[in-house]
Ligand binder design. Structure first.
Ligand code: FAD
Length: 472
């Protein structure tokens, strides 16, 4: 009998297997398909590659502004997909983790098909593998949520975009969360006529309201139809040129058509084939594996990590979860999961990112000051012709600690990382304001916001580093 079996070789599973083996446990890692999971094969890596292509098209269109004459860029989609496949393979092959995992003698079973519980200590796979272990860690990730509306099978998911032979002339994206916004942004840049439909009052509902508004306005300015509060989906029907969505609002039926309809209405746990009941593992009412703070499931020797738990559905958090679950599985449940600081960002055009509380949430429990620096007032953004966006800092007026940072615009994700480090280090806003960040850079905008907040709080900023922007 093995010490540990890990199911799923995405970021959570790979780190769980690494950690378990590092602690001396005899470990096997079983995965249905490729090593790397959705993260490497069907999520961030391919999406970021497509987003990079979209960015290159945008950059090419800017060349004229700097006196460089070229023709209008033309996208060869099949060639782009070849590039995406190369990137995905390279990431997988050059992943240092694979070498580490092999050196720790983890038995890796790739392309094993669906693994399922036979009993609480036995796992069987579609490929015929049968293994037993004292501890099991479920890291099977998630899948696009399906809706039970008539004609749902006529819709696609983000994964289907990778298999298209060409860019569709028009695309309906349903769901204005992180995935829907990325798909919409990328395909809009590729020349599809994109209609983004969101049932809630605004796209990017978990972002600061001002950030959602800038992204929605920018999407519209780029030619996209953004429809918020659209109502309820009734059905999908096939048309001669694609698909039609019938929806209703306030009792009135309406319809919208496109060559392709992409659903991005949420994420569900990938547990369908696991046969969890054979092991006494319970799921919560959303269908995610129910875990406690130690990532221990209702069966005490079975742990779960990553998207399958329905907590923060991001790669860094999946990695942390994998580490914690394996530590607890091997050493006993003592380590608590979860980080107090979780930066989140997305590579739409414009980018957006945040760390900490939104302004609305912060005001519910703190007295705050906010400092906003608009991108059209910063030197680097003006140099680069990227003046859409802002950086907002939210600061507690009693402790002077940073409660939240929200950025929309060029390099928003990178700017937010610096705010995350400041928050994690417990820096006061005046301490951040005194770091002489390089000029002219995007991150210096954060320094300027910190200096502005410190001024509002009457804090002495002895070195006026971040006023250099004002002086320039
Ligand atoms: C379009 C898109 C873009 C994203 N962009 C970002 C981003 O920019 N940054 C970021 O941090 N996160 C991003 N994410 C989220 C990120 O990909 C996930 O949070 C992360 O992959 C979760 O890791 P995981 O290990 O829990 O699961 P996964 O990466 O999903 O891996 C799970 C693995 O388990 C396997 N498996 C499932 N069931 C079984 C079974 N029964 N038997 C055997 N194997 C099984 C699956 O095949 C898969 O290989 C994005 C997601 C999507 C969809």
């Amino acid at each position: 009998m093995l010490d540990v079996i890990v199911i799923g070789a995405g970021p959570a599973g790979v780190f769980a297997a690494l950690r378990a083996a590092d602690l001396g446990a005899k470990t096997a890692l079983i995965t249905r398909d490729e090593f790397g999971g959705m993260a490497a094969n069907d999520g961030p890596v391919p999406v970021r590659s497509l987003a990079h292509a979209a960015r290159l098209i945008r950059e090419a269109r800017q060349l004229g502004m700097y006196g460089i004459a070229v023709n209008e860029p033309v996208l060869d989609y099949p060639r782009l997909l070849e590039r995406v496949r190369t990137v995905v393979n390279d990431v997988r092959m050059h992943s240092a983790l694979r070498a580490q995992i092999d050196s720790l003698q983890v038995a890796v079973h790739e392309h094993a098909g669906i693994a399922s519980f036979v009993d609480s200590h036995t796992i069987e796979t579609e490929s015929g593998l049968r293994l037993q272990a004292k501890k099991i860690i479920i890291c099977s990730g998630g899948v696009s949520r399906r809706l039970s509306v008539p004609g749902f099978e006529l819709t696609a998911t983000h994964s289907d975009a990778w298999s298209l032979a060409s860019v569709p002339p028009s695309m309906l994206v349903i769901g204005g969360g992180a995935t829907g916004a990325q798909v919409a942004s990328i395909f809009n840049a590729f020349g599809a006529k994109v209609k983004l439909f969101e049932a809630g009052p605004r796209i990017l509902a978990t972002e600061d309201e001002d950030v959602s508004a800038v992204v929605a306005d920018s999407f519209r300015a780029a030619g996209m139809l953004v429809r918020e509060n659209f109502g309820k989906i009734e059905s999908f029907e096939k048309t001669s040129s694609g698909v039609c969505m019938i929806f209703s609002k306030d009792g009135v039926l309406n319809s919208v058509e496109a060559a392709l309809a992409v659903m991005a209405v949420g994420w569900a746990a990938d547990t369908a084939g696991l046969h969890l009941s054979a092991a006494g593992v319970e799921v919560d009412k959303r269908g995610f594996v129910r875990v406690d703070g130690y990532l221990q499931s209702s069966a005490p020797h079975i742990f779960a990590a990553g998207d399958v738990t329905g907590r923060m559905m991001l790669v860094p958090q999946a990695i942390q979860d994998g580490f914690v679950a394996a530590t607890n599985a091997v050493r006993g449940a003592k380590m608590i999961a979860g980080s107090p600081v979780n930066p989140i960002g997305s590579f739409t055009d414009p980018e957006y990112a945040h760390v900490g509380l939104t302004e609305k949430k912060a005001r519910e429990s703190h007295n705050v000051v906010t400092a906003v620096v608009r991108f059209d007032s910063a030197t680097r953004t003006i140099i680069d012709g990227r003046t859409t966006g802002f950086c907002k800092l939210i600061v507690d007026d009693a402790t002077f600690k940073i409660l939240g940072c929200h950025v929309v615009g060029e390099r928003a994700v990178d700017i937010t990382q610096v705010a995350a480090i400041a928050i994690a280090a417990g820096m006061r806003v005046d301490d951040l304001a005194q770091v002489p960040l390089s000029f002219p850079t995007y991150t210096a905008i954060l320094g300027r916001a910190a200096a502005s907040a410190a001024r509002q709080l009457n804090l002495k900023v002895t070195w006026q580093a971040n006023h250099v922007e004002d002086a320039a």
